[in-house]
Design a protein around this ligand. Structure first.
Ligand code: C2E
Ligand code: MG
Ligand code: MG
Length: 700
């Protein structure tokens, strides 16, 4: 039976025969497997073939008008009918006809008298072939549509797509991929994926592995590393994100890889912008409360480890509400902005200035070494406001009240610091505004002390009433006085002496140190010159603060004093601390050389307490090391201190330096120093520092 033909395709068969009986028999035999059309002439056959487009023509060769062969030729020449399957029917049995008919495009050949069974089988088989051919064409059409659709899809999606073969060489890229890599597909095809996609880490700029390589190696879908950056052929940079996957064939074998990625530069920029907005105040663009809290908490955490203090200042504009109410919010906002700008202009980069409320700002100093520094910053803030603000020709006079909290003195968390600074700010308001207050009563007290010392110091410098005391320096071998250390003294209103440790750091902070130092140097050189003239060659040692040492006019000032006092420079020694020398190597060398050229000598004071790099010491033109008093004190009881002093004396001798032991209070300390080879010393065991008049008596 031939009923297996797929009925979804309607088959048509054209039978061409001039014998009506043949036509009838054949029609009858085939009508159940196809729609049958008949023609008894050649021209009729051509016409019907064009009209009905049969799949198969059973074509008799002998026809009354034109021969079946001619019909076949014409059908084959016409594109509309050229695809038809022609089966010839003939009574000829010469092979010549068979050849001819097959040459003309006939497919098959049936002998008359027709064996109907054979005929049905043949027609049936050809119809089956036709069906398959049509199915094939159909699926090819579908496939073509499908792949075209795929191409259109890949080309129109918003992501970049690059496909590679198994060897990671590019086989396809869509227009977005072309745009982002800077390559055009036909130039990229065949090149390795890493030549086409230059990927690196956006932060470290280290080259990143292409996800396709990983996907192919590990045979899985791979997401692109976070923070990935693609650099195009022409140098443009995109932040990219996405994934790669292996491509498999029908049997699951990997035949290549595909990577899909997109540009996230904008969303990252947006995220940065969003985070800025979330952390900053809109009006002033200063950090807001959220960011400030973060920084304060961080500073508190860090201070635990480094031992520095954290200061938090709450700054409030005095009577701002009144100003806002009388002048209007527009002016209020402008004033806030200007105040923010002015505050910002006087603080350094290491500090955070934040706006935390209407007229409230906060300044965070994350690592302070002395409270004097906090005084200085706070008083700068208060003074900065004294310059009037001008808006649209109007002048506004403002003051601020500042409250200060110090970690760890009065608080150790961000929250406590904020609330203590707030309380201190109210204290400043209560005390009359236009000022700053510490939360801690102790700090407040110390501040007032500093203020009064500062006043005394200024007055003493102004009135030339700073005192200098002198402590003799002796040769330890024969106790001969060979020198004196000049130590400055300040007297309070009641005539009591104030220790330099209370006012030297303050003077350094306020800048008074230069005048102070000059004054002491002058008095000391004058005294030394006097002793020299009286026949007592005393080398005078004068302390130099770090701030003085780095002053560009320092060498010139020293030279001037030597000239003014007529003291030969070999009778002057300058004592500099290690920390003052360890700032800028080149500058230090230059200053030390300049001073040495004057002919004076240089001592490193409090040696062993700083961070001297011993290798530097060799390069510095210094003459004396003064062993810090703490070692001298502990030497007798503590083995480690002896070892340190031993090491220092050893080092000094190998570098040809003199050693001075300071703070010698006991005979045992003296004995030990002598034993270790220390030549010179000073201390209460011999003399305390004394006024010039007493020193005069001592040496005469
Ligand atoms: P320094 O330069 O190390 O001075 C030695 C300090 O030790 C002096 O304290 C001195 O009085 C004290 N001293 C001396 N012998 C003994 C002793 O046997 N036992 C004890 N316990 N102490 C002794 P002073 O005068 O209070 O000076 C303290 C520091 O202030 C000085 O340390 C120096 O760094 C600084 N200083 C003093 N005068 C000046 C100055 O005119 N300019 C500068 N920049 N700093 C100065
Ligand atoms: Mg000294
Ligand atoms: Mg000292």
């Amino acid at each position: 039976m031939l009923t297996t033909i797929d009925q979804s395709f309607a088959h048509r068969v054209l039978i061409v025969d001039d014998e009506p009986s043949s036509l009838m028999i054949l029609e009858g035999a085939l009508s159940d497997i196809a729609e049958v059309i008949c023609s008894d002439t050649g021209f009729g056959a051509i016409e019907k073939a064009q009209q009905f487009l049969p799949e198969i023509i059973l074509l008799d060769i002998e026809l009354p008008d034109i021969s079946g062969l001619e019909v076949c030729r014409r059908l084959k020449n016409n594109p509309k009918t050229s695809g038809v399957t022609v089966i010839f029917i003939t009574s000829h049995n010469e092979s010549k006809f068979e050849h001819l008919s097959l040459e003309l495009g006939g497919i098959d050949y049936i002998q008359k008298p027709v064996d109907l069974k054979v005929c049905r089988l043949r027609v049936g088989n050809h119809l089956k072939l036709k069906t398959q051919e049509q199915q094939l064409k159909h699926s090819q059409r579908l496939l073509a549509i499908e792949s075209e659709r795929l191409r259109v899809t890949l080309n129109s999606i918003g992501d970049a797509v690059i496909a590679t073969d198994k060897e990671e060489n590019v086989t396809f890229m869509n227009p977005i991929a072309e745009r982002m890599t800077g390559w055009i597909m036909h130039e990229a095809v065949g090149k390795h994926i890493t030549d086409i996609m230059q990927l690196c880490d956006a932060t470290t700029k280290h080259k990143s592995l292409n996800p396709i390589s990983i996907a192919l190696k590990e045979q899985r879908i791979v997401a692109m590393a976070l923070n990935c950056q693609l650099t195009s052929l022409d140098g443009r940079v995109h932040r990219v994100e996405d994934s790669a996957s292996p491509i498999r064939d029908g049997e699951g074998n990997i035949i290549g890889g595909i990577i899909v990625f997109h540009d996230v530069s904008e969303s990252i920029a947006m995220a940065v912008k969003m985070s800025h907005l979330a952390n900053h105040d809109q009006l002033t663009d200063l950090p807001n409360r959220i960011l400030l809290h973060d920084r304060v908490a961080h500073a508190c955490q860090v201070s635990i480890n480094n031992g520095f203090c954290v200061a938090l200042m709450l700054i409030d504009i005095d009577h701002f509400k009144y100003l806002n109410d009388t002048e209007g919010h527009h002016y209020g906002d402008l004033i806030i902005k200007l105040v923010g700008k002015r505050l910002e202009s006087i603080v350094d980069l290491n500090t955070t200035l934040a706006r935390v409320g209407g007229d409230e700002f906060v300044l965070l100093l994350p690592d302070i070494k002395s409270t004097c520094h906090v005084d200085a910053v706070a008083s700068d803030l208060v003074h900065a406001m004294h310059q009037p603000f001008r808006i649209d020709g109007k002048e506004f006079n403002l003051t601020i009240s500042v409250g200060i909290s110090i970690n760890p003195t009065d608080s150790n968390t961000a929250e406590l610091m904020m609330s203590h600074a707030d309380a201190a700010m109210y204290k400043a308001k209560e005390h009359g505004r236009d000022r700053f207050c510490y939360f801690s009563d102790d700090l407040e007290h110390e501040f007032h002390q500093r203020q009064s010392i500062d006043k005394l110091l200024r007055a003493a410098i102004e009135s030339n009433s700073l005192e200098v005391h002198y402590q003799p320096k002796l040769l330890l071998s024969d106790k001969k006085i060979v020198g004196a250390e000049a130590l400055v003294r300040l007297r309070d209103e009641d005539g009591n002496l104030i220790s330099p440790i209370h006012f030297i750091p303050l003077a350094e902070e306020t800048g008074l140190i230069n005048k102070l130092g000059h004054n002491v140097l002058k008095q000391s050189c004058k005294a030394a010159k006097k002793w020299l003239d009286q026949g007592h060659p005393i080398k005078i040692a004068v302390n130099v603060a770090a701030k003085q040492f780095t002053d560009p006019n320092f060498i010139e000032n020293v030279a001037q004093v030597l000239e003014d006092t007529a003291l030969p420079s070999s009778y002057l020694e300058l004592e500099v601390t290690e920390s003052a020398l360890m700032r800028d190597f080149d500058e230090t060398i230059a200053t030390l050389n300049g001073l040495s050229d004057l002919g004076l000598s240089i001592a490193i004071d409090d040696f062993g307490t700083g961070y001297s790099s011993l290798s530097y010491l060799k390069l510095f033109p210094v003459d004396v090391l003064k062993i810090d008093q703490s070692f001298v004190k502990d030497m007798v009881v503590d083995k480690q201190s002896i070892d340190i002093v031993k090491a220092i004396t050893h080092l000094a001798h190998s570098l040809n330096l003199r050693i001075v032991g300071e703070g010698i209070e006991e005979q045992a300390q003296l004995d030990m120093l002598i034993q270790l080879g220390c030549e010179e010393g000073q201390g209460y065991l011999f003399n305390k520092p004394m006024p010039e008049s007493e020193f005069d008596k001592l040496i005469s």
